[in-house]
Design a protein around this ligand. Sequence first.
Ligand SMILES: [Zn+2]
Ligand SMILES: [Zn+2]
Length: 353
Amino acid sequence: MRAAVLRAHGEPLDITEVDDLTPDPKGVVVGVEACGICRSDWHGWQGDWDWLGIQPQPGQILGHEPAGHVLAVGDDVTNFAEGDHVAIPFNLGDGTCMQCRTGHGNTCENPMPLGFVEPVPGAFAEQVHVPAADHNLVHLPDGVSSVDMAGLGCRFMTAFHGLAHRAPVAAGDWVAVHGVGGVGLSAVHIADALGANVVAVDLDDAKLERAEQLGAAETVNAADADDVPAAVQALAGGGCHVSVDALGIAETCRNSVLSLGTRGTHVQIGLTTAEERGMVELPTDVMTMKEIEFVGSLGLPPTRYDEIFRMVSRGKLDPSAVVSETVTLDDVNDKLEAMTHFETEGIPVIDEF
Ligand SMILES: [Zn+2]
Ligand SMILES: [Zn+2]
């Protein structure tokens, strides 16, 4: 099969022939029909996240937002059969630990982030192997195509879990979204669908325009504002109920916390860069005085994908809204390079391998 293989951090992926896959007893092999290209792939390509123990090593196949049809099924798999149309969550679990057994597979105690660590080669390839398939795999309903699902990718799942489960957002809340790349645009769209008034914040007018199309009630160009949190607070009548850092740099994280009103909730859905290495200074006195909550959000448990699919089926969420273009496997290096210069808008999805 063809696959894009990491040879060295920051160097073009090697698009080459590798061996076809066979399933282990509890695994399945999926024929990949679509896979999103995401800023997380860019981080892995750059060699970030060694501080999290998930820095991809040379030889790794990247790609963590696939959908397709099941090609082959291991002997012990009971819930999936050849030909099933499936989505594959990016943060695969072992299916056996306490977190997985209590419905929190997104925070498995033995996590296997697809495409980042050696046991789970990713989906910039014609085939991908899914371990513990009965636990991890998700049946796709009719009406959600593989490209739609790849467009939902990790960003919709993480944003939905963050806003619907971890915050949670209520109708009429003011919600600020700091950084409206893929995950930020998804957060805008989801918060709007949940009935919130959204303030989108970014440096790029084109991205802010896209955010308005997806439901942002107000926008702030951070380049034009002397004090970004004050600008957001003014629009939100004194402070937001929920604010999201959808980028993961120190500035957006702090701006998000400071955009909140009393007893507001900050949701961290961006992992940090090599600059922060996971450590960000926070205004803890303000957080204490205003009883501000700070919550993390990682993906979505496989058992809760149906919540999104129900909203998609009734037109409340449009998975194609953040897909910017479909590309081929051979384009992956150009797209990663464009992310270095923040030149991508929305999500490119590979639909030809
Ligand atoms: Zn687990
Ligand atoms: Zn992703």
